[in-house]
Write a protein that binds this ligand. Structure first.
Ligand code: HEM
Length: 187
């Protein structure tokens, strides 16, 4: 997993509980020392998943609450670090439509071709009338995180909408499929 995901998580841990929390969560996740995550490097997926789980346990947050907290920080930090992605999109729908491309752009900095492909293959997006159809295929099964980010993106652009889960890897499907409906104000 590209280090931006873990960097945001570490920032949340520091904000919510300081260095003490970071050390405790790192230990819970089996890390002697939490790395200084870089946004242009790839790190083991399972390390990231263990850190997410340990963070939820440490702060007493269930999965939904953890992802909501994460999504809020993630959107604020990504807007600060990559403002052009938000400016270029201009609306929630356009931003969501570009999300797989944003991932591919970030992965293009990775040295290893296999890692670049791994990032690229996780998401596909198609237009179907006014709707967006998302296919998400990943052993990490972070569909709950997807939903939290979807809702936070709507809020960021002052828009409304909802996502329908058509298939889910957690229910045994080969990939998750979501249908996104987004309405800009005045539509
Ligand atoms: C400027 C905006 C964004 C940036 C900079 C960004 C960046 C990233 C990066 C670097 C990763 C790690 C990729 C990997 O190593 O596989 C990632 C993963 C992910 N992102 Fe984004 N992202 C953005 C927007 C979004 C949005 C809007 C959504 C959903 C609506 C989203 C959903 C996800 C999910 C679910 C993952 C985990 C994928 C997995 O490992 O299974 N991202 N993002």
């Amino acid at each position: 997993m590209i280090g931006f995901i873990q960097k945001v998580l570490v920032d949340i841990i520091r904000t919510e509980g300081g260095e003490e929390a970071l050390v405790a969560i790192g230990r819970k996740a089996g890390l002697d020392e939490v790395p200084d995550y870089r946004i242009d490097r790839d790190y083991p997926d399972d390390e990231c998943l263990r850190l997410l789980q340990a963070t939820g346990e440490y702060f007493g947050l269930d999965e939904d609450a953890l992802y909501r907290l994460y999504a809020d920080h993630f959107i604020r930090e990504s807007r600060q670090l990559f403002p052009m992605f938000y400016q270029m999109a201009g609306s929630a729908r356009a931003f969501l439509e570009r999300q797989p491309r944003i991932h591919t752009v970030l992965a293009s900095g990775l040295r290893n071709e296999e890692s670049r492909e791994r990032v690229r293959d996780k998401f596909e997006i198609d237009q179907q009338g006014d709707d967006l159809l998302v296919t998400y295929r990943s052993p990490n099964r972070l569909c709950g995180l997807y939903e939290a980010l979807f809702n936070r993106v709507l809020q960021e652009f002052g828009e409304t909408g909802f996502m329908k889960i058509l298939d889910c890897q957690k229910r045994g499907a080969e990939a998750c499929r979501f249908c996104l409906k987004v309405e800009a104000p005045g539509e």
